[in-house]
Design a protein around this ligand. Structure first.
Ligand code: DSN
Length: 431
């Protein structure tokens, strides 16, 4: 057999091999608190690195434009069936390469170029694809937006009703990337129907919670539900669309050939594996621990004197106001200081922020990844204390050294994968 098929990555490409090994160490030695990230299982990781990456399979199971798709059909049909079962959906399309492409496909299926969309403002917790002026959604559609109430920092549904009546959208978009509270999908569905709009719920962040029954489901109330598969759902990086049967053909046509060409069958196979995991009873226990951990972490940070936007969290994430009207430090500086002690978060605007998005008054913190690692309430209390100490002692080398030691102690107790993951054996998942 030629070297082409046998050489492992450390021989074939030392630059990339070293970067992979360094990233393995970074993930293992740090505390990952980015709310949209998670750690997939070994099984999901292995599936992504399979020969399905070699296969073109344009079309859908049983109706492909290429030969040799019989095993692609097996994995895509399994992913579809499992996604429908998890969410109780009438139809699933598992081909979107990402959440953005899932959303773009729904726009193509549901509304016409130039129609009005009504989405949550990005600076109040929404998403770029929900109508940001620089995104396809803001470029191709007229945009109206809603946000949170200045006092409660939560969605004001009466105000949303008023804005919907004024703007008369063709599509109402709900779901968020930085909103720590329960979203009332039932009420949003009623608002949409009262103005003749369809609804798209983008549940990318909370999909795992919805799957486990820990957040109310949008399925009965929204014509379209989109999600990524890699956040709380804990699958490979990708997208998913769920819809009612009456929109199935339109959605499938919008994904392919509307927005995408060939599906990523190796990723769809990994989605199937992750969906299989989400159907196991321990997935609900995991999601419950994610929510419990978030509550404990938010309480710890609040007790240490930091301000939690909206006063707490109902889900997997919290927004922490670290600027506190100039009494603290910016989100940008907090992100940098925490990175130096191997804690990863992202700066984030808070509602009605006075700082620019690249500086921001807040940080967003989420518990899905550390919960996958096995951490519980005790670790959340320790981590909350470390975060507060770092943020409240900017520039103190003593505080930073102490934090680094404590982070190392915690991470050493929670190995990330069962085997040390290296590239120098066969090029994939090996000790
Ligand atoms: N970038 C994702 C997040 O971090 O929430 C949303 O697409």
């Amino acid at each position: 057999m030629s070297d082409f098929f046998t050489a492992n990555i450390s021989d074939a490409d030392p630059l990339i091999s070293n970067a992979i090994d360094s990233e393995v160490r970074r993930q293992a030695d740090g505390l990952e608190l980015i709310a949209s990230e998670n750690f997939v299982s070994e099984a999901v990781l292995q599936t992504m690195g399979t020969v399905f990456t070699n296969k073109y399979a344009e079309g859908y199971p049983g109706k492909r434009y290429y030969g040799g798709c019989e095993f692609s059909d097996v994995v895509e049909q399994a992913a579809i069936d499992r996604a429908k079962e998890i969410f109780g959906a009438e139809h699933a399309n598992v081909q979107p390469h990402s959440g953005a492409q899932a959303n773009m496909s729904v726009f193509l299926a549901a509304i016409n170029h130039g129609d009005t969309i009504l989405g949550m403002n990005l600076s109040h917790g929404g998403h770029l694809t929900h109508g940001h002026p620089l995104n396809f959604s803001g470029i191709n559609f007229k945009v109206a937006d809603y946000g949170v109430n200045r006092e409660t920092e939560q969605i004001d549904y009466d105000e949303l009703q008023r804005i919907a009546e004024e703007s008369r959208p063709a599509l109402l978009i709900c779901g968020a990337s930085a909103y720590p509270r329960i979203i009332d999908f039932e009420r949003i569905g009623e608002i949409a129907r009262s103005v003749g709009a369809k609804v798209m719920a983008d549940i990318a962040h909370i999909a795992g919670l919805v799957a486990a029954g820990l957040h109310p489901t949008p399925i009965p109330h929204c014509e379209f539900v989109t999600t990524t598969t890699h956040k709380t759902l804990r699958g490979p990086r990708g997208g998913l669309i769920l819809c009612k049967e009456e929109f199935a053909k339109d959605v499938d046509r919008a994904v392919f050939p509307g927005v995408q060409g060939g599906p990523l069958i190796h990723i769809i196979a990994a989605k199937a594996v992750a969906f299989g995991e989400a159907l196991q009873p321990n997935f609900k226990e995991y999601q419950q621990q994610v929510v419990t951990n978030a509550k404990v972490l938010a309480e710890t940070l609040a007790n240490a004197g930091l301000r939690i936007v909206s006063g707490g969290t109902d889900n997997h994430l919290m927004l922490v106001d670290v600027w506190m009207d100039g009494k603290g430090i910016t989100g940008k500086d907090a992100e940098k200081a925490l990175e130096q002690v191997h804690i990863t978060v992202n700066k984030n605007t808070i509602p009605f922020d006075t700082q620019k998005p690249f500086v921001a008054s807040g940080i967003r913190i989420g518990t899905p990844a550390l919960t996958t690692r096995g951490m519980k309430e005790e670790e959340m209390r320790s981590i909350g204390t470390i975060i507060a100490e770092v943020i409240q002692a900017p520039g103190s080398e003593e505080a930073m050294s102490k934090a680094r030691r404590e982070v190392a102690e915690i991470t050493s107790r929670f190995p990330l994968y069962s085997q040390r993951y290296k590239t120098d054996s066969t090029g994939t998942a090996n000790a």
